[in-house]
Design a binder for this molecule. Structure first.
Ligand code: DGL
Length: 268
């Protein structure tokens, strides 16, 4: 049987399109519906209870599209709301943290790893806790890198100032000898190239690629695949539509041209 119901994906804003982009590459025949909460972005500096409320409201809203699986593309929302959403929804819910953790554990050679993310993701210690649960002998160094989000949205991936900021944030953990680093934020995959140039010996883990592989496995296991030869549809919804969105769509998704629609998410 073919399941044509869409895959629901949400993020605090447009950054989660990095995850949608990998999902679309891996699963081109699937239909996707993406919600970017651009009216309330950023989540990365908000409290646990606020991120939980926003995440619940969006997942409730997505129910009306009859989604077959929910992908939490936002690291901060995964850190604070994944368990809550798993309890409250009857469909499979997958966040971006576990796929990143599994990739990190399989790739580290010296068991000394790094995690970077927003202030809230790092404060939650979600990565450390999940890494240690699977292997308590791993040493984890974490660092909040709040400047990376505006740098990426400004398109400053190769800017001289960015090199300085990357070095400032990452030198201490590189000095501790980490051999791999998880890019624990939707925006950071766009800095992969710049980070790799400054720290060529560190293996970078892109959660968006790992998440797409995990979603693909779940669809297969649960027999939820859309078995069709035609390319699926993508709908992009945002809670505040501005001109900047079109540029960000292209930046994060890798292509533009999908009509972005503004929607109102009912509040609790
Ligand atoms: N999407 C957020 C994350 O991955 C980054 C942007 C924000 O702070 O909302 O944590």
């Amino acid at each position: 049987m073919s399941d044509k119901r869409p895959i629901g994906v949400f993020d605090s804003g447009m950054g989660g399109l990095t995850v949608l982009s990998e999902l679309q590459k891996k699963l081109p025949h699937e239909n996707f519906i993406y919600v970017g909460d651009t009216a309330r972005v950023p989540y990365g500096s908000r409290s646990e209870r606020t991120v939980q409320r926003y995440s619940l409201e969006i997942s409730e809203y997505l129910k009306k599209y009859d989604i077959k699986i929910l992908v939490i593309a936002c690291n901060t929302a995964t850190a604070y709301a994944e368990s809550l959403l798993k309890k409250s929804l009857e469909i499979p819910v997958i966040g971006v943290v576990d796929p990143g953790v599994d990739a990190l554990l399989s790739r580290t050679g010296n068991h000394c790893v790094g995690v970077i993310g927003t202030r809230s993701t790092i404060k939650s210690q979600v990565y450390e806790k999940r890494i240690k649960k699977k292997n308590e002998n791993i040493t984890v160094f974490s660092k909040a890198c709040p400047l990376f989000v505006p740098i990426v949205e400004e398109g400053w991936m190769e800017h001289e100032a960015t090199k300085v900021i990357i070095a400032d944030y990452l030198k201490p953990m590189a000095g501790e000898g980490i051999d791999s680093l998880v890019l624990g934020c939707t925006h950071y995959p766009l800095l992969k190239h710049a980070i790799q140039k400054s720290f060529p010996f560190i293996k970078l883990i892109d959660s968006s690629i790992e998440t797409a592989s995990s979603v693909s496995k779940i669809l297969l296991e649960k027999n939820l695949e859309r078995k069709s030869k035609t390319v699926g549809k993508i709908q992009i919804l945002v809670t505040d539509l501005t001109d900047q969105m079109l540029g960000l769509e292209k930046l994060f998704l890798g292509f533009g041209g999908i009509k972005i629609k503004e929607v109102k998410i009912p509040e609790e």
